[in-house]
Design a protein around this ligand. Sequence first.
Ligand code: NAD
Ligand code: UD1
Length: 333
Amino acid sequence: MKVLVTGGCGYIGSHTCVELFQAGYEVVIIDNFVNSKAEVLDKIEQITNKRPFFYEGDARDIELLERIFNEHEIHAAIDFAAYKAVGESVEKPLMYYQNNLNCLLNLCEVMQRHNCKNLVFSSSATVYGEPETVPITEAFPLSSTNPYGSTKLFGEMILQDLYRSDSTWSIAILRYFNPVGAHESGLIGEDPNGIPNNLMPYICKVANKELPCLHVFGNDYPTHDGTGVRDYIHVVDLAKGHIAALRKINDSQLLDIYNLGTGCGYSVLEMANTYAEINQVEVPYQIDPRRPGDIPECYADTKKAERELHWKAEKSLTQMCKDSYRFTVNSQK
Ligand code: NAD
Ligand code: UD1
């Protein structure tokens, strides 16, 4: 079975392509390298001994999508192609709406024309806005505090409307918590340009002495050590969640929503200290004021995914820290 993966050269997409090959699928990628590099295709091949079919181009390009669907019998699509930086989305909202929503809309349009109606969509725990309690179930109220979050919320709404209009679609909306880590080969991982916004890539750069120290954004939250708590999930576990979701939508026609997290929350200090200890590196830090828009605590209720997808995150925080560091060191070579 062939799966089209938009944004398949990116962080989560590349790991998912590896898992797709390992589960016996064929893989077709479309990516314009706006946030990834062509060498990822070689790395996927090195890991799996298989090379994805690849189309370089914009996932909004309907003609290119048509060509892909004409040249391949696509059974399902996974839509990763999007911009993902929250701060940038506040500065350039139109760019975010334009890219993230049109990637989804145009993909759905071409899929519909080709009667391919199995879709997995990358959403985010950001759609829960500021949750009143934790753990967060899929039934929690939704909101958004920035344009990036709104693109995910609107994307979900578009898919709900599409399914309401035609229930022969089969759609899994996956709400990721905080993906970290890298493939254990050290060949693929997260490699953001410039100074990272997210915690784990920042810690990697501090450990690797590319940045002097970690800025801990606030130690006065109502959490066990005062720093923000999040549900960090190993990207390989997350990638496997996509295989489970594909199986689910293949077996039944539905639109369903799943949290992909571990159900465990770790604080910023726990992350920095575990990373330093496991990798025998130094991660100096200083306490800074809270980052505007941050919430104290966020972790998933994972029961629905466990029950219905028969999937559960398996990798520990130690593995997340080890694999992240291995990739950081490797990508310097
Ligand atoms: P990423 O930036 O590493 O990957 C996205 C890929 O899509 C990149 O390879 C980029 O080049 C490509 N792309 C973007 N716009 C494109 C376009 N118009 N045409 C073709 N290719 C395009 O991001 P990621 O971390 O792998 O995230 C994948 C998806 O998961 C995104 O939709 C993101 O919003 C969502 N998500 C990510 C996180 C996270 O923390 N990484 C959390 C929740 C949700
Ligand atoms: C952020 C985004 C969210 C997105 C997610 C995944 C914001 C407000 N939210 O989530 O929409 O889906 O990334 O990419 O940007 N921290 C530090 N120092 C740092 C970086 C982070 O102390 O240099 C802290 C944060 O305050 C937070 C935790 O680390 O408590 C995790 O931060 P981060 O990795 O940016 O993820 P989120 O804020 O959860």
